[in-house]
Design a protein around this ligand. Sequence first.
Ligand SMILES: Cc1cc2nc3c(=O)[nH]c(=O)nc-3n(C[C@H](O)[C@H](O)[C@H](O)COP(=O)(O)OP(=O)(O)OC[C@H]3O[C@@H](n4cnc5c(N)ncnc54)[C@H](O)[C@@H]3O)c2cc1C
Length: 441
Amino acid sequence: MEVAVAGAGPTGLFTAVALARRGHRVAVIDRDPGPAADGTWERRGVMQFHHPHGFRPQISEALAAEMPEMLTALDQAGAERIVFRGGDGEPAPHAALRCRRAVFERVLREFATAEPGVSLVRGHVDDVLRSGGRAAGLRVDGRSFDADLVINASGRAARLADDLRAPGEGGDCGLAYVSRQYALLPDAERGPMNAPVGIIQTLAGYMIAIFLHDRGTFSALFIRPADDRRFGALRFPAAFEAAALAVPALAAWVDPSRSTPITPVLPGGRLYNTYRGQLDAAGRVGLPGLLHVGDAVCTTNPSAGRGIAVSLRQAVALVRLLDAHPGDPEAVALAFDGWCVDNVRPWFSDHVSWDTDILRRWAGGDIDTTRRLPSDLIMEATEADPTLLRVVGPYMAMEALPSTLDEIEPRARAIYARGWRPPPHPGPSRDELASLIAAAV
Ligand SMILES: Cc1cc2nc3c(=O)[nH]c(=O)nc-3n(C[C@H](O)[C@H](O)[C@H](O)COP(=O)(O)OP(=O)(O)OC[C@H]3O[C@@H](n4cnc5c(N)ncnc54)[C@H](O)[C@@H]3O)c2cc1C
């Protein structure tokens, strides 16, 4: 088959290589020019490109299944493999990766470019070509690009073929990122960690994180309510530095004796929780031969670092369904839609309830024990009752769907109803931090 893929992000490139390895000829079209001659890569259409990314084991699992040499290429590029131990104490079969997204994508792009059967084309995809009631290719900068199968991997702002899909669910999640990348100084030790990725803490009205990357680099991150305008000034280096040095868990990392900034402060655009299936408003396949995958199907608030794991899982499922239904893209679309409803949509719903409730609590509300707890509180309750980890662990690792938490939710809720609260992390409240930011600018 001739396949046209709109979007050369992680999902589009992964899918293209997987399909080419099945004997198809795949053109991947993206408006992005790729890295510049001097090695820099602005990636204007993908605002999260330089923000911190955690690469969960599901990503290594997908690569191992479809293109294992890519893992070796990532090793050579400096990515660090982190192997977790499962509940049985045995090492998990697949490693998480510590790596800047720019490094991950550069390696994937080079890998796809070298793959026989894959060609990368620079251009803006305007629309999907339709002929005889089927997808017939893409219109790229006014030119026709014929194909037997069209894959929309154009990311979270995807508007391609809008008329052929039912409207998406969800929207702005109400939180915003501000981050900055640093490099550890030679011989400097890492700062404190409480998670494989680095450190993640919820303070009074906001969150902070350190994400470790490749070659001694890391990102420091603030996650805060998007509508708190006092935090807009965090984009100024002096304000970011003052704020980071005021939070002990961040200060230990960004202290000038330990590390140095390697990027400007990166303000984050809007963060979404969205889900959009394959079908039209009447529940039919909008256009046989057109399939949507990756963030074009589901975007989740990145604070749990699930996006690429969910996207590549989708891509693996999709190529396997194409194998299972050769020549019947309508059957593939229906089967893939059902698979996404069962395996992708629950992560969207999980984040919607989590984010709605955390914003309510950050605005002064108490933990509400009259209704189901959101997942973050169930996770935190493991500090009071570590036996809950039997169920929480697989959910946190994305080995089990959010619904598996239902079994222990009543126990977690009883813990809060008795008055237990997660011990606070040291650091300023959001109001105190806002004052510090204002003083710094
Ligand atoms: C701030 C932030 C932090 C994140 N952190 C994490 C994390 O820690 N871990 C994790 O797993 N995920 C994370 N994510 C999610 C992750 O970034 C996405 O899941 C991932 O980018 C999805 O890849 P994709 O290929 O589907 O889409 P994208 O990466 O968005 O790629 C889409 C591509 O399509 C191209 N394109 C779009 N429209 C057109 C057009 N009309 N014509 C031509 N080209 C077009 C774009 O240029 C782009 O190259 C984060 C997201 C955000 C916003």
